[in-house]
Design a protein around this ligand. Structure first.
Ligand SMILES: NC(=O)c1ccc[n+]([C@@H]2O[C@H](COP(=O)([O-])OP(=O)(O)OC[C@H]3O[C@@H](n4cnc5c(N)ncnc54)[C@H](OP(=O)(O)O)[C@@H]3O)[C@@H](O)[C@H]2O)c1
Length: 244
């Protein structure tokens, strides 16, 4: 039984990029808090297994395409809570990003949120209630030298949702971003291999450890609740104090 001071009963959520990591943790917590949840990711077997483990619906979709976004929205049906998330761009030096990598990042980490929000918004406005939350990164405010595509496009997502929040607040729809710091997921392992590198990195964080996916999921779930109704156009950093 959850001890959370808020619930999500009766809400329907679509969470993309949610077969593992932060997206999955958010989905799991939202299920515990009473929401009906649909999760999406590209690898069908993984997203199915993840969904079944938490009693969620699932759909295999690639949110880097408009067809994939539409399919995920169709599978979810009514979307009261949208969590726009996907995998992060591959590392590279800023001067070495190819046109193809910019294009891929633009589709996956920017247009996906624009399209998902655009598709979910009419129903939210009609019902007078909605939550749009995008997972970005602490690199919005603290660019990492090896993540140039992420640095640029997460900033674009942040300002898109800040701008959208100005338009849709009157309809009961809030738009926010959750910006994780170093969080113990597959993505972190892929980017920072080796125990010594990981230990040095963890030591540079004020809380002296990586975040748990569930700790980021909790921030997402809170922003999705009725209790967060007066929070919009904001970036919520969940980074163990790293950005200080
Ligand atoms: N972990 C960190 O330390 C950290 C820090 C800052 C920001 N972030 C950002 O937070 C987000 C989530 O990170 P994470 O660590 O949870 O990543 P993760 O463990 O790699 O999980 C990514 C999830 O997204 C899915 N996905 C990837 N590309 C997709 C696409 N095009 N369409 C639909 N689903 C897709 C993956 O499944 P499939 O591959 O099967 O599609 C998987 O379910 C990423 O954007 C990451 O850059 C992470």
């Amino acid at each position: 039984m959850s001890k959370a001071p808020f619930r999500l009963d009766g809400r329907r959520a679509l969470i993309t990029g949610a077969s593992k990591g932060i997206g999955f943790a958010a989905a799991q917590l939202m299920r515990e808090l009473g929401a009906e949840v649909t999760i999406a990711a590209r690898t069908g077997a993984e997203v199915q297994a993840a969904a079944e483990s938490i009693g969620a619906a699932w759909f295999a979709a690639d949110v880097s395409t408009s067809e994939g976004v539409q399919a995920a929205l169709d599978a979810a049906g009514q979307v009261d809570i949208l969590v726009s998330n996907a995998g992060g761009p591959p590392p590279s030096l800023p001067s070495e990003v190819t046109e193809a990598a910019w294009e891929q990042g633009y589709q996956t980490n920017f247009l996906s949120t624009v399209r998902l929000a655009g598709g979910a918004l009419p129903g939210m406005r009609e019902r007078g209630w909605g939550r749009i939350i995008a997972v970005t990164s602490m690199t919005v405010g603290h660019p990492a030298i090896n993540l140039p595509v992420s640095n640029a496009l997460r900033a674009a997502v942040t300002n898109h949702l800040r701008t959208l929040s100005l338009e849709v607040g009157a309809d009961g729809v809030t738009c926010n971003t959750v910006a994780p710091g170093y969080t113990a997921t597959q993505r972190l392992k892929d980017l920072h291999s080796g125990p010594r590198q990981a230990a040095a990195l963890a030591g540079s964080i004020p809380l002296k450890r990586f975040g748990e996916p569930r700790e980021v999921g909790a921030a997402i779930a809170f922003l999705a609740s009725d209790e967060a109704a007066y929070i919009t156009g904001q970036e919520l950093l969940v980074d163990g104090g790293y950005s200080i």
